[in-house]
Ligand binder design. Structure first.
Ligand SMILES: Cc1ncc(COP(=O)(O)O)c(CNc2co[nH]c2=O)c1O
Length: 413
């Protein structure tokens, strides 16, 4: 059997060599955050060792070196998602802040009484709560579409729910709980037909597959560095140039201004307009290194390998008696991300995750995965979730499944 991508690549990730309670760590919580390769760790260390300085407007050598590295990171992101211009990339703390930026800037300017924001019931809290806050302020409302019998967001229902009142569609590309992958190009075409804009939450897709914002034609896209081999503390908003240029600032301070007078200021052009204060320079450079690393492997290669892992995980997990997996069965039409949220009859998911960690060194997540509306939709408070990345292997899935069977036996005595 040929050596898998996971087996080839995992030596790049020092953390994966750890033991947990004497057992090899089996890290299956990648939808929460990914691990970091040596290439990224080195980029962070090199920055602080040889380039650290504050960015923009500095005339000395180090400031120019740091500025170049910071702006190069922005260009790498733009290329990675095929944005038409690097000024369409705004650095934020994470995807959550990127969504809040759109809600407080574009939302405040464009939402009014009676307007509707259309979401799926599977959205992450970061894609829901900012819109609840701005909708309350503006007299707008949130409208949700449910799931099909196959447990994917019902896009036919979405199409029917669109109307002249719909000003914005907020949707995930890949669900962090269902593992479902949505047909974004269609959703964008339907949304634009009624004059609605589309904000794509790509947190669980950008790390795992080619995402081309021009092909998808989304108006906004958000993603987080820490889910794609990059450091925490940095994420980004992609916004079409004409939209960003029309938007007022989100946070006020240095860097985002053109001139400051005593009682008013003029603002910089995007992206600086939305980047107040000293940015997370090292983190941006770390994200740029993560993109170089992923691109070096190839997103198609990563995606193909993860599809194998996705099917292997799904069918291994659904073969365990009394396990209920949420989300669609993989098929030719519907492919799943390499993550499965599940429950085991009469055993609390946190008990499952605790024993898997304590006795078997397996790291999965338990809880609501910041998707409480979706869990309520299924009539449960919580679930367990195993989520893989390209450095995981089928052997790790086998270890997880064996450990799960033992854990179920333990609780069934
Ligand atoms: C689909 C989706 N949207 C938004 C976010 C927010 O990203 P952040 O701003 O970087 O936190 C997450 C993080 N999801 C998870 C974080 O921890 N467990 C998770 O499933 C996510 O999975």
């Amino acid at each position: 059997e040929s050596t898998s991508l996971g087996e080839i690549i995992r030596s790049d990730f020092p953390i994966l060599r750890q033991k947990v309670n004497g057992r090899d760590l089996v890290y299956l919580d990648n939808a929460a955050t990914s691990q970091k390769p040596n290439y990224v760790l080195k980029a962070l260390k090199d920055y602080y060792e040889s380039s650290n300085s504050n960015v923009h407007r500095g005339v000395h050598y180090l400031s120019q070196k740091a500025t170049t590295a910071y702006e190069n990171a922005r260009e790498k992101i733009a290329d990675f998602i095929n944005a038409s211009d690097h000024t369409e990339i705004v650095f934020t703390r994470n995807a959550t802040e990127a969504i809040n930026l759109v809600a407080n800037s574009w939302g405040d300017l464009n939402l009014g009484f009676g307007d509707e924001i259309l979401l799926t019931v599977a959205e992450h809290h970061s894609a829901i709560v900012p819109w609840q806050i701005v909708a309350k302020k503006k007299g707008a409302s949130l409208k949700y579409i449910g799931l099909t019998a196959g447990e994917v967001p019902d896009i036919e229902q979405l199409k029917k729910a669109l109307s002249k009142k719909t000003k914005l569609v907020v949707t995930h590309h890949v669900s962090n709980t269902l593992g479902s992958v949505l047909p974004i190009e269609d959703i964008v075409i339907w949304s634009h037909e009624v004059g609605a804009r589309v904000l794509l939450d790509a947190c669980q897709s950008v790390p795992h597959m080619m995402v081309d914002v021009q092909k998808l034609n989304v108006d906004f896209l958000v993603a987080s560095s820490h889910k794609m081999c990059g450091p925490t503390g940095i994420g980004f908003l992609y916004g079409k140039s004409n939209l960003l240029s029309s938007m007022p600032p989100f946070l006020g301070g240095g860097e985002m201004i053109s001139d400051v007078f005593q009682d008013y200021s003029t603002y910089a052009e995007p992206p600086s307009r939305f980047e107040a204060g000293t940015p997370a320079i090292a983190e941006a450079i770390g994200l740029g290194a993560a993109i170089e690393y992923l691109s070096g492997i190839g997103m198609q290669r990563i995606h193909d390998y993860e599809r194998e892992l996705a099917d292997y995980l799904y069918y291994s997990l659904t073969s365990v008696p009394n396990v209920r997996v949420y989300g669609p069965a993989p098929s030719e039409i519907i492919h799943r991300a390499a993550l499965c949220s599940f429950n085991v009859e009469n055993i609390h998911p946190t008990d499952i995750a605790t024993i898997l960690n304590e006795e078997y060194g397996v790291a999965i997540r338990s809880g609501h995965h910041c998707a409480q509306p979706l869990h309520r939709y299924f009539g449960v408070n919580a679930s367990a979730r195993a989520s893989l990345y390209f450095y995981n292997t089928k052997e790790e899935v086998d270890h997880f499944i064996e450990a799960l069977r033992e854990t179920i036996k333990f609780f069934s005595i």
